[in-house]
Design a protein around this ligand. Structure first.
Ligand SMILES: [Mn+2]
Length: 344
């Protein structure tokens, strides 16, 4: 018997802070496509249940179309039991959508804290002390939407839990609760912004002979790849570009790219991030260049006793109270290039 554990699908996310209007619309549809794909995967593999650990929707104001597609998906797959834990974003929107609840949709509430699928117990509590009693002879899953830290892990320990199906964090991660149980965040199905890089998908739980095996299935329509480039010692923009080109060579052009520049560069080598943005945007679905982590390499000894105009200029900028560190670096960089006769 197999189940899927997923969560944080965030259908109807606006996505407007990360993408332009057309791209955001496309990605919104892809979130829904990804959900349908997952349900089809469950149906094709004859799975018994899909556990949704919260945040299927991003908002309680879900459009009629999205709601209709999700409802149809549930009703067209009566052999799959959908066990749904409402998250912090969506309230009871799915519950209110149905005038009559389909038999294969089970929703946790204050009154209903446990379901049984074949011989597997699926329970929920917001706090460990509110958990219904779980028996050592059963296979016990607990669904929970929220954070896990050391104190919480200790509080959930010793309650005969085999697996905690968690939602809230948007990347896959796992850990040990006690000698019997593990917890796992499935992460979301799709990266929704450049802070959600890496493989996204769902977890398959495989119960065989009363033991539980699990594996992560990457399933995103598009992945956001993070490429970190240390610019230290690379020299000019053409070398940085060359390095990026090498690193993205194998990536699918349908995917998204986050280029993170770090390290330091020498005065006069300032980095035209607009060029990198433009160039890779024309190659990938969407690109973000993050140059906030690079700094100008300007050791104090190089300018402190420098009697030239260059030294005086740097000292003036560095003592300025009106400029942030980043602004100082930018002004020094521009100034030095101007002094070197470069056209800016
Ligand atoms: Mn979430």
């Amino acid at each position: 018997m197999k189940m899927i554990h997923c969560g944080d699908i965030h259908l109807e996310s606006p996505l407007s802070t990360n993408f332009d209007h057309a791209t955001a619309l496309k990605r919104r549809n892809e979130l829904l496509v990804s959900f349908i794909k997952m349900v089809k995967y469950a149906a094709d593999n004859r799975m018994s249940a899909i556990l949704i650990a919260g945040d299927i929707f991003d908002t309680p104001d879900v459009s009629r179309e999205t709601l209709a597609i999700v409802m149809a998906c549930i009703m067209k797959n009566p052999e799959i039991t959908f066990i749904y834990l409402p998250g912090n974003h969506e309230k009871d929107v799915l519950l209110r959508a149905f005038s009559e609840m389909p038999a294969n949709l089970k929703v946790f509430s204050a009154e209903q804290k446990m379901f049984v699928v074949e011989n597997v117990v699926v329970a929920h509590a917001d706090r460990p002390e509110e958990l219904p009693t779980l028996y050592p002879g059963d296979m016990n899953i607990v669904m929970y939407h929220g954070e896990m830290d050391d104190a919480r892990i200790r509080a959930w320990a010793g309650r005969n839990i085999n697996y905690m199906a968690l939602g809230h964090y948007h990347s896959y991660s796992e850990g040990v609760i006690d000698p019997r149980g593990v917890y796992c965040y499935s992460g979301c199905l799709e990266g929704r912004g450049f802070d959600e890089c890496g493989p996204k998908g769902f977890v398959v739980l495989d119960f065989e002979n009363n033991t539980l095996n699990r594996y992560f299935v990457p399933s995103a329509v598009r992945t956001i790849h993070e490429v970190i480039i240390d610019v230290t010692g690379l020299g000019g923009i053409e070398k940085i570009d060359e390095e990026i080109e090498k690193r993205v060579d194998e990536l699918s052009r349908e995917d998204m790219l986050k280029i993170v520049l770090k390290g330091s560069y020498l005065a006069g080598d300032s980095i035209n991030t607009g060029f990198l943005q433009q160039r890779y945007n024309s190659m990938f679905f969407a690109v973000r260049v993050d140059a906030s982590g690079i700094r100008l390499d300007m050791p104090e000894k190089d300018y402190r006793f420098d009697k030239s105009l260059k030294g005086e200029f740097i000292r003036q900028v560095m003592v300025s109270h009106d400029l942030s560190e980043a602004q100082k670096q930018m002004v020094v960089d521009m100034g030095l290039r101007a002094l070197a006769g470069e056209r800016l």
